[in-house]
Write a protein that binds this ligand. Structure first.
Ligand SMILES: Nc1nc2c(c(=O)[nH]1)N[C@H]1C(S)=C(S)[C@@H](COP(=O)(O)OP(=O)(O)OC[C@H]3O[C@@H](n4cnc5c(=O)[nH]c(N)nc54)[C@H](O)[C@@H]3O)O[C@H]1N2
Ligand SMILES: Nc1nc2c(c(=O)[nH]1)N[C@H]1C(S)=C(S)[C@@H](COP(=O)(O)OP(=O)(O)OC[C@H]3O[C@@H](n4cnc5c(=O)[nH]c(N)nc54)[C@H](O)[C@@H]3O)O[C@H]1N2
Ligand code: SF4
Ligand SMILES: [Mo]
Length: 688
């Protein structure tokens, strides 16, 4: 009998961890009775998540057993339109055979690069997210995709300074006396960090939020610095000016641990604080207070996640924030430095040891942010004629939605979507394959908000005919006669392969030790300070500072004047709902936020200019698209800026379009995420 079959016969508690693309990776336990999961709750002994989940995942089992769950393979009914979601049930055998035939025929006409694997972080478990699919698509020679929609731009900015950008252990914020939550909405997006922040605050820490919006987190902070969107580099330069002017530079730290500080400080000296105040919308006294507080009320930390990166100059903003703690020598003290994603701690040690098969030249690479263009570009050679989607909902989450949907609607595109629910993307599929949920498959969970590695044991057998992503790729590899290393490995073997490392941070950690509690802390020394402890991996081993210059993004109010004349308002489409996790819950009526629909937040000044009253239906538009929803006239946004939540599905608006119908897909540099937040729009009363 398998593990799962044994459990089906008794009541048991199975440990696992949340799979969502959320920094917290909460440890959970599932109570199973007679083969059915009856309760899911947080594991109390987990040091970081401490027995609490969150409003969305408290009800995750409803999603597991939801009547809308996809439980069998589906094929689009011949003659029905893509997007209509008119499907018929087929067997797994039929599905696998059909996919193999269609891929073989596409590859024989255009070569393997005609296949586009499109996936993201629907689960961030290492096994179900990437390892097997990457082996599979590389064995095939499919087009490679820069999976850069989240976190990579932030990574690149910090990497410009650090090499491998290891930051502070977030739990060390407990020791901080100044915490700058810079472009991160902790209470909504990273809630399990809040108790650490509150504990530091009880010991006298001052908590500052730097955000263009008065977020829930800003409301709970000691001070909110409401800068103009995208002006962070200017604000950092202003702070550095004050730090230098007032003799608060840590010269010894700069001499011992950095290069390029002369160039940086020369740029800072040239700053005119009045001009900084105009650019940033932050008055000079506040800039001075912020700089002085950060430099002298110590230990002092800057906390960033991802919100800042989704801009043309997002990498530069993250680079600027990585330089700030170096100038004041904040890294010297426990609780001081840059507190960012912990992903790189895990990436440094959990490496798939199985070599990839590469046929001759490595395949071409496209950036996932450019999906709309990739699918609709008539000149692309070879064209994309087959697309396999897993862990991802591109119709909702990818920028420039109208172009993405035009691509997905192509009759000559064969699309397979592996999903749990009939998402806006699955509606466009030729074949939909039922995917297991986190309580039904094995996985190894890293984290990007703390240092704990978790093992997710399956608690129940797959519901219906759902299969783990890995099993689908194993079956497809056989059907396609693919040759390549590791294509037949089972999930437990993959976990063992990932853990098989000599790295000291994994010392003593294996499947058996993870099975004891379900989680274990990486063996990173307590109080580890990467720059002080020799972990800077730039070529000369010193933090790389250097010139810093503020540049406005092209599609911002300070950017292209012609565009601003037509579209004067900046648009932010951030994570706003505690009951959403990206696009996961948008389509489930019983999971929606109480308001039941998305609202556009607009400042009273901008609403007044347009005759818009609270609750009125408005049209928000630019050259890429148009969306209608009701307006909330509120002063938590600043004049010139409107915001709407992202993650709602097509059925939430009358025109069937969400936030991404408006967003800017262009990349800041060749790699990294889209400039989602460098988006300009106009707003008018609907029907006017
Ligand atoms: N406008 C705007 N757009 C954004 C953002 C924004 O802030 N604003 N944020 C961006 C960011 S940061 C991110 S991370 C992306 C998120 O983009 P995605 O990763 O695509 O988003 P999710 O909704 O988390 O997950 C997508 C799907 O994965 C499925 N899924 C979950 N587990 C599994 C599994 O085990 N197997 C399979 N086959 N499927 C599974 C879920 O059912 C879900 O429909 O969106 C980006 N898009
Ligand atoms: N409840 C919930 N939690 C989530 C998610 C979710 O969908 N729902 N998604 C998860 C994912 S995939 C991610 S990547 C994380 C993201 O976590 P965060 O990075 O914390 O969240 P964001 O909403 O992307 O952005 C944070 C803040 O950046 C601000 N911001 C935007 N532009 C600027 C700017 O130019 N300067 C400054 N200083 N601030 C700016 C926004 O107003 C926003 O309040 O959250 C994760 N957690
Ligand atoms: S979504 Fe985040 S906060 Fe909620 S249970 Fe999962 S990891 Fe924890
Ligand atoms: Mo993300």
């Amino acid at each position: 009998m398998t593990d799962v079959e044994v459990r089906q016969n008794a009541s048991s508690i199975v440990r696992g961890a949340c799979h969502h693309d959320c920094p917290d990776t909460c440890a959970w336990e599932v109570t199973v009775e007679g083969g059915r999961a009856v309760q899911l709750r947080g594991v109390a002994d987990h040091p970081f998540t401490a027995g609490e989940l969150c409003p969305k995942v408290n009800r995750y089992l409803d999603r597991v057993y939801h009547p809308d769950r996809i439980l069998r393979p589906l094929r689009r009914v011949p003659g029905s339109r893509k997007g209509e979601a008119c499907f018929e049930t087929i067997t797994w055998e039929e599905a696998i055979t059909e996919i193999a035939e269609r891929l073989t025929s596409a590859i024989s006409r255009h070569g393997p690069e005609t296949v586009l694997p499109y996936s993201f972080a629907g689960t961030q478990g290492l096994v179900q997210m990437g390892v097997m699919s990457q082996r599979f698509f590389d064995a095939m020679g499919a087009t490679r995709v820069h999976r850069h929609l989240c976190g990579v731009t932030a990574w690149l900015g910090a990497a410009d300074v650090h090499g491998v950008p290891l930051g502070m252990d977030p739990e060390d914020l407990r020791h901080s006396r100044t915490i700058l939550l810079w472009g991160t909405n902790t209470l909504v997006t990273n809630r399990h960090l809040w108790p650490t922040i509150e504990a530091a605050r009880a010991d006298g820490a001052v908590v500052v939020v730097v955000d263009p919006v008065r977020t829930t987190t800003a409301e709970r902070a000691d001070r909110h610095v409401q800068l103009r969107p995208g002006s962070d580099v200017a604000l950092v330069l202003g702070m550095l000016h004050v730090i230098d002017r007032d003799g608060l530079v840590d010269r010894a730290f700069l001499d011992d641990h950095t290069t390029g500080s002369d160039e940086l400080l020369a740029d800072a000296r040239r700053v005119d604080l009045d001009a900084t105040a105009t650019t940033t919308g932050v008055d000079v006294a506040t800039i001075e207070w912020l700089a002085t507080t950060f430099a002298s009320r110590r230990p002092a930390a800057v906390r960033v996640l991802v919100g800042l990166e989704h801009r043309q100059h997002g990498q530069e903003a993250h680079r600027a924030l990585a330089m700030l703690p170096a100038v004041t020598g904040a890294w010297r003290e426990r609780g001081g430095g840059l507190c960012r994603s912990t992903q790189q701690y895990f990436d440094s040690v959990l490496v798939d040891p199985v070599p990839r098969r590469v046929h001759g030249q490595p395949p071409r690479v496209v950036n996932m942010a450019a999906l709309g263009e990739v699918l609709t570009d008539p000149g692309l050679d070879p064209p994309i004629t087959a697309m396999i989607v897993h862990n991802c909902n591109p119709a909702t989450i990818t920028p420039d939605q109208n172009r993405v949907l035009a691509g997905l609607a192509r009759d000559d595109l064969f699309t397979v979507v592996m999903e749990q629910a009939m998402t806006d993307t699955a509606r466009y599929a030729d074949l939909v394959l039922p995917a297991t949920t986190q309580v039904e498959h094995l996985d190894l969970m890293n984290a990007w908000g703390h240092m704990y590695l978790s093992l997710n044991r399956p608690a129940i057998a797959p519901v219906g005919e759902a299969l783990p992503n890995t099993e689908v790729f194993r079956r497809l590899a056989v059907a396609l006669d693919l040759e390549g290393p590791g294509l037949a490995d089972d999930d437990e073997t993959i976990v063992r392969q990932l853990l098989d490392s000599d790295h000291p941070w994994l010392d003593g950690i294996d499947l058996e030790s993870l099975d004891i509690d379900g989680w274990v802390r990486l063996k990173v020394p307590e109080g580890f300070s990467p720059p002080m402890d020799g972990a800077t991996t730039t070529p000369d081993g010193r933090l790389a500072l250097g010139h810093l210059e503020y540049l406005p993004g092209d599609e911002t109010p300070d950017g292209d004047a012609g565009l601003t004349a037509r579209y004067p308002l900046g648009l932010l489409t951030r994570k706003q709902h505690v009951r959403f996790l990206n696009s996961h819950y948008g389509g489930f009526a019983d999971h929606l936020p109480a308001a039941g629909e998305p609202f556009l937040d607009i400042h009273p000044d901008d609403a007044g200019l347009r005759g818009i009253i609270d609750g009125a239906t408005v049209r928000i538009f630019n050259d890429r698209g148009s969306v209608e929803m009701r307006a909330a006239v509120v002063d938590r946004v600043q004049p010139g800026l409107v915001t709407m939540p992202f993650g709602w599905w097509a059925n939430a608006t009358s025109g069937g379009r969400g936030a991404n119908a408006l967003t800017n897909p262009s990349l800041g540099r060749k790699v990294g995420s889209a400039s989602f937040h460098d988006t300009l729009v106009q707003v008018e009363k609907a029907g006017s």
